[in-house]
Ligand binder design. Sequence first.
Ligand code: NI
Length: 164
Amino acid sequence: MALRKILTFEDRALHKVCRPVTQFDEKLHTLLDDMAETLIDANGAGLAAPQVGILRRVFIMDTGDGIVELINPEILEMKGEQDGMEGCLSLPGDFWMVKRPNYVKAKAQDRYGNWFEIEGEELMARCICHETDHLNGHVYTEIAYRKLTDEEIEEMMEARQEEE
Ligand code: NI
């Protein structure tokens, strides 16, 4: 496994529509393993392939229950609304307020090509939307409505440290 470089907002790879995965081979498995290592190292909740320069429909997420790999994901259902802050490893240090559905159900393929369904609320729903947007060339600030102030970010970091 190896760490991959996380591209930042200015990189063109983050603004392109990704192509579906057709080969569930060793190359894909290496990409997924590297993305997992990169996500853990960056202490993030989600990472999409275009963020490491691969324009394929692949993302991984860890919203508290370990890493889940989603290949060729499709959102099937969205319900409700949540309003909260969001960040992205490609925009380090920034946090913006974004409205998202509170519940999302999606289908995706695993690393061997088997289809499965996944559903989640709150952070998982937010993450599935955020990462699926990456695969369509969209960065979350496009739909965010307010940037958090330095004071708000400081408060959030303090609250997080208290939780740990
Ligand atoms: Ni992101």
